[in-house]
Design a protein around this ligand. Sequence first.
Ligand code: ATP
Ligand code: MG
Length: 355
Amino acid sequence: MRRYRIAAIAGDGIGQEVIPAGLDVLRAIADRQGFALDVEEFPWGSDYYRANGKMMPEDGLETLKPFDSIFFGAVGDAHLPDDITLWGLRLKICQGFDQYANIRPTRVLPGLTSPLRAVEPGDIDWVIVRENSEGEYAGHGGRAHRGHPEEVATETAIFTRAGVTRIMRTAFRIAQSRPRKLLTVVTKSNAQKHGMVFWDEIAAEVAREFPDVTWEKELVDAMAARMVRKPGSIDTVVATNLHADILSDLAGAVAGSLGVAPTANLEPDRRFPSMFEPIHGSAFDIAGKGVANPVATFWTAAMMLEHLGEPAAAASLMVAVEQVCASGIMTADVGGTANTAEVTAAVVAAIRGAN
Ligand code: ATP
Ligand code: MG
């Protein structure tokens, strides 16, 4: 029997509610499709920090390394700074395992409404590929003449040939795997004449390896407008760390709710495990009430199955989620009255009932 080793880190806040829900759904789909999941749960996060003075053990990365994937909930605490929580756990894993591609699919699920008036069902079906290891967030720069009238601060974006080539290949591969085979390479090469021109050049080079993919260039400002005005003209998008950060929040907003948005932090070369997580954070306003929307986590689970090499399981999990959303069994954040357990039970039942 095919077996996969999954490290589950529920983390903080509603992570503690949505990850167990996601594991229930994963176990149901594994049963149905005839593979096994060996799940190990790690109690790392802010409570672990309060007890042990760190977010995860010193050898945490070594512990995670042999796993096939990491299924992650949320991290963030009202009483601890992000420097400790986010940097001590989530970013440590992202950086330690060189998860250089952040993948964010966006769709308007059945039963949800986009705030865009003109959107027809199916209009929005995007995948945004964000460069996750360098660029504008490389932390390069500094301050001179602090406090003086001539003070200067610089923030230098770093783009390397290796870094841009590998994200471009990942994006072309994803575009190639989708029906439209369309990739939009987003830059700001009219105004940023070094790094962004470099992106355009490498895009053209990598494009030669993918003759069946149609690709185009778009400036980031025009892209933001196009996402609102002509959402149906977009399929796969690749952009820098900063640009994709902004565009993917816009994408999340036009799709309806944070509670349904998934993401993957991929290490596409498979030297290390990749990490799959809902986009939302700990959401302390609703934590402990049993009302968190688990759909983002279910979609996250489907992305993980796809990465593990179980695309049929991923597809039928999404069919089950869409059936349940369409039937109106939804949490309050998307206009329903069901709680986390009820949505989870409905998705498990839909999986068990599927042919
Ligand atoms: P963080 O600081 O880690 O980003 P947060 O507490 O700011 O976490 P977010 O995840 O950013 O929370 O979400 C903002 C708000 O959106 C939450 O406070 C919550 O009301 C709502 N929300 C987010 N995720 C969900 C969900 N899965 N189900 C229902 N509501 C959600
Ligand atoms: Mg937040």
